[in-house]
Design a protein around this ligand. Structure first.
Ligand code: P70
Length: 459
C-alpha cells in the first residue's frame, strides 16, 4: 500500500508580519469608498490578502541573502549572468532579456513578432497578454479545449489546446498570418488549470508542420509540471524540475512573470532560442525597460530571482504549495460551495454564477461577491469575470465570458492552514446569506484593463 503523507511545509517560519482585523462597519465603508473594487482597497485594511499570488510570496533566507549580493553596476552585473545561467539550465532557453515583470516581456515580444492583421491562438486569453497582442495589431483566438469553459467539468488537463480549432484557423487565415501560438502553463483564467505534455507534444508536431513557433507563458510552469507528475501517465517518477525542462524544450521561447512561481516581489524576462529575435529584443528592451543586462531590475532583484527559480522546482516545495491550495479547495467543496473543479494550482475560484444565480451578469456577480467576502472578514479576493473580460472592440458591448469567477489566490509560503480555515468559514457565511445580496452598476470605466480601476455602486 502506498504511504499517504500530508503536504506539510518544507520550511519553518523565521520572521512574521502582523496583520490586523477591522470591524464589519469599517470594512463596509472602506469597500464603498473603494468603488466596490478590491484593487482600490488599502492593503492595511485587508486581513488575509488573496488578491493575487503575484509578487506576494515569502522569500527564503537564501533569497534575502542574495539581495545583499547585488551587483548594481549599470552594465554587465554578475547577477544577470547568474540569472542567464539559471534560465539555461532550468528552462532550456538560450537567450534571456530581463524585464521589470511579465507584461514588459509581453510588450516586447508582441511588438517584435506581431504584424497588423495577424492572429494569435492561445489556450484561453490572459488580460495583459491579449491587450499587448491587440496593441501590436493582432487578434487573439481561443483554442483551449471546451472543457476549460465549463467550471464543473472534471477533466484533469483543462489547459489543453483543441488541435481541431487550430487546424480550422490555419485553414481559414493561413499559417503566415499566425506569427506564433501562445501557450500558458497553467491557464490562469480557466481557474489555474494545467496543460498536459501529451497535448503539448501533439501541438508541437502540428505547428512544426506549419512552421509556426510556440511561445510559452511560463508564469506558473512549476505548478503545471506538478500536475503532470501527479496525473499524467508516464510522469509519476519524474521530478518537477525534469518535467519543467521538457515543457520548455517543446517551445521556442517564453515570457515570464517571475512574481509567481519564482517567488520574487518584482521581475520577469523574455527568453528565446532564435538569435535574430534575441537581437531585436535586446535592442528594444533599452527603449522601454533598461539596458539588456538589467531590463528594469536591480542587480539584487536578479539574484533573488535566480535563487527563487531553483527553489520553485523542488518537489517538496511545490507539493506543499499546491497541497495548501487543494486543502482549501476540498474544504470548500465539502461545505457545498460552488467552485471551479478540479481545484486549480494557485487559488480556489468561486463560481459566482452558481453562488449568486439571482444576479445577472450585467450586474457583475463576481465583482459583487468579492466585495461581500471582504465585508464579511477582510479577506481580499479578485473578480475574474465580465469586468476582467472587457468590451468587444467591434460592438462596444461587454464580453460575457462563461466563467464568472472570484479568485481566492494563495501567495506562496505566506499563510497557514488556520488561515485557510478562516477563509473557508468566511465564504461559507456569505454563502448562507447569498439571497440577500444585490448586484452592482459600473460608474467609472477606464479604457485599458478596466478591472484594475473601475468603480461601482450598489444597486
Ligand atoms: C495575477 C497576475 C499576471 C500574469 C499572469 C499570466 C498567466 C502574464 C501575467 C502578467 C497579476 C495580474 C495581471 C493582470 C490582471 C490581474 C492580475 N498575473 N501571464 O494576479 O505578468 O503581472 O508580472 O506583468 O498570471 O494573476 P505581470
Amino acid at each position: 500500500m502506498e504511504k499517504k503523507r500530508s503536504w506539510a511545509e518544507p520550511y519553518k517560519i523565521k520572521m512574521v508580519e502582523p496583520v490586523f482585523m477591522t470591524t464589519e462597519e469599517y470594512r463596509r465603508k472602506a469597500i464603498e469608498e473603494s468603488g466596490y473594487n478590491t484593487f482600490l482597497l488599502r492593503s492595511e485594511d485587508v486581513y488575509i490578502d488573496l488578491l493575487t499570488d503575484s509578487g506576494t510570496s515569502a522569500m527564503s533566507d537564501r533569497q534575502w541573502a542574495g539581495l545583499m549580493m547585488g551587483d548594481e553596476a549599470y552594465a554587465g552585473s554578475r547577477n544577470f549572468y547568474h540569472l542567464e545561467e539559471t534560465v539555461r539550465e532550468c528552462y532550456s532557453y538560450k537567450y534571456v532579456v530581463p524585464t521589470h515583470q511579465g507584461r514588459g516581456a509581453e510588450h516586447i515580444l508582441s511588438r517584435i513578432l506581431i504584424k497588423q492583421g495577424d492572429f494569435i491562438p492561445g489556450n484561453m486569453y490572459f488580460t495583459t497578454t491579449k491587450l499587448h497582442q491587440e496593441l501590436a495589431g493582432g487578434k487573439f483566438v481561443d483554442i483551449v479545449v471546451d472543457e476549460a469553459h465549463d467550471p464543473d467539468n472534471l477533466y484533469k488537463f483543462k489547459g489543453d489546446t483543441d488541435l481541431r480549432k487550430l487546424e480550422k484557423l490555419i485553414g481559414e487565415v493561413g499559417a503566415d498570418k499566425i506569427p506564433y501560438i501562445s501557450i500558458a502553463t497553467t491557464v490562469n483564467m480557466a481557474g489555474g488549470q494545467p496543460i498536459s505534455l501529451g497535448n503539448l507534444k501533439a501541438l508541437r508536431k502540428l505547428t512544426t508542420k506549419h512552421g509556426i513557433p510556440i511561445v510559452h507563458d511560463m508564469t506558473r510552469v512549476a505548478e503545471n509540471a506538478f500536475m503532470i507528475q501527479q496525473n499524467e501517465e508516464g510522469y509519476h517518477d519524474r521530478s518537477v524540475a525534469e518535467i519543467v525542462y521538457e515543457i520548455c524544450s517543446l517551445t521556442d521561447g517564453s515570457t515570464m512573470s517571475s512574481k509567481k512561481d519564482a517567488m520574487v516581489n518584482i521581475g520577469g524576462f523574455l527568453a528565446v532560442n532564435d538569435p535574430v529575435i534575441f537581437d531585436k529584443a535586446r535592442n528594444m528592451v533599452v527603449i522601454y525597460e533598461g539596458l539588456h543586462t538589467y531590463g528594469g531590475l536591480a542587480g539584487r532583484d536578479m539574484e533573488a530571482l535566480a535563487i527563487g527559480i531553483r527553489e520553485s522546482l523542488q518537489d517538496d516545495h511545490i507539493r506543499a504549495r499546491v497541497g495548501q491550495v487543494m486543502y482549501l479547495g476540498e474544504k470548500m467543496m465539502n461545505m457545498g460551495i460552488p467552485i471551479v473543479k478540479p481545484v486549480g494550482t494557485h487559488g480556489v475560484f468561486l463560481n459566482a454564477r452558481k453562488f449568486l444565480p439571482h444576479i445577472t451578469q450585467d450586474k457583475f456577480p463576481a465583482q459583487t461577491l468579492a466585495a461581500e467576502i471582504y465585508i464579511d472578514s477582510g479577506v481580499r479576493s479578485m473578480e475574474r469575470g465580465v469586468v476582467s473580460a472587457g468590451r468587444n472592440k467591434e460592438t462596444g458591448d461587454h464580453n460575457y465570458p462563461n466563467l464568472e469567477l472570484v479568485r481566492l489566490t494563495i501567495p506562496r509560503r505566506v499563510y497557514t492552514q488556520a488561515h485557510m480555515d478562516v477563509i473557508a468559514e468566511s465564504v461559507q457565511r456569505v454563502y448562507e446569506r447569498r439571497d440577500s445580496i444585490r448586484g452592482l452598476k459600473m460608474v467609472y470605466e477606464p479604457e485599458y484593463l478596466r478591472f484594475f480601476q473601475a468603480r461601482f455602486e450598489k444597486l
